[in-house]
Design a protein around this ligand. Sequence first.
Ligand code: PMP
Length: 391
Amino acid sequence: MRDFALELEQRKQAGLYRTRRQISGPQQPVLTSDGKPLLSFCSNDYLGLANHPANIDALRDALPETGLGGAASHLICGHHDAHHRLEQRLAEFTGRSSALFFSTGYMANMGVISALAGRGDTIFSDRLNHASIIDGCILSRAKIRRYAHGDVAALETMLAQTSGHKLVVTDGVFSMDGDVAPLKELARVCRAHDALLVVDDAHGIGVLGPQGRGSIAAQGLSEEDVPVLIGTLGKAVGTSGAFVAGSSVLMDYLVQKARTYIYTTAMPPAIAAATCASIDLIEHDDDRRRHLEKLIAAFRQQATAMGYQLMPSETPIQPIMVGDNWTALELSKALEQQGLLVTAIRPPTVPEGEARLRVTFSAAHSEADLNRLLRALSSCRHLLSSPGVAV
Ligand code: PMP
């Protein structure tokens, strides 16, 4: 039998042991942990909609009409009017013919990728893609070829060498670096080499592009360029679940083939109703995005001036590069002592030697909140000997 206790101990020794923090109260920028208030800079509630009164009201109003539980899978008797309305709303919001509502982004990636590629096909995946994409690729049993992060030329060479069905998959916004994929270029090489392009825009939907329509719209692209769009609803949208959007034929095919859609209980339909309300806010409330942009620009300017090493990101994901696992943990702890919550991210979530603090911003943060973070970072600067290099 494997010695699990020994493996756990080895993780602890390497600074890689993962812990869960118990929080209470709602996810606002200030949350409660161990009875203490902590100003959080690590949630994905980028627009501050996770507790918006209009969304909570929509949930409450829907409950008497829909009941609570999904009760069955979509293909048995779980597909409710509220799910259907959300799918139509998501199709309209993303400018696509059709959409399908999944229970989580993890399940959407697993289900969509494994349905659209199989044995004998080849999937090309950016080296920094999210774990759920990697797992979807493995589940498909297709041949997997990873290309260097954002390297379209390397991808094109690989595509040219490959025959048979090809699928290219990328994050729209990379979850741990915050940079945006070169979608225009990816769309061009996919078209040239007859490959299907799948974009997981988990961190772009709501935040980027006109009316928050995501990184594909932000780069002036449409369904023709990116036939398969995956988005999640638990981040900027502030509710829960995920979706895939594309042509009606593709959605029909996924209803037949995506096992994580078929063999699971439908989400509580009231969540779908609340999600529709949130999308209305996203479409009409540009002020949240403008405020977020200001916070991001001010943070980048001032943290860089302090000598912190950031990544080339203009999104709410603003990692502070540290390098060493222990130093990342130490910096996170020092910030917590000042009432701030910024989680350390270590391998295998990021590559070896690239531990970091993943700072994320939300429209719910005030300028005063940002200034508190900057003051705390200034007082912790000595923990790093030089930018991005551990003492
Ligand atoms: N894709 C990306 C790029 C993500 O960052 C995440 C979650 N962090 C997911 C998919 C999974 O989404 P969900 O949390 O809804 O399962």
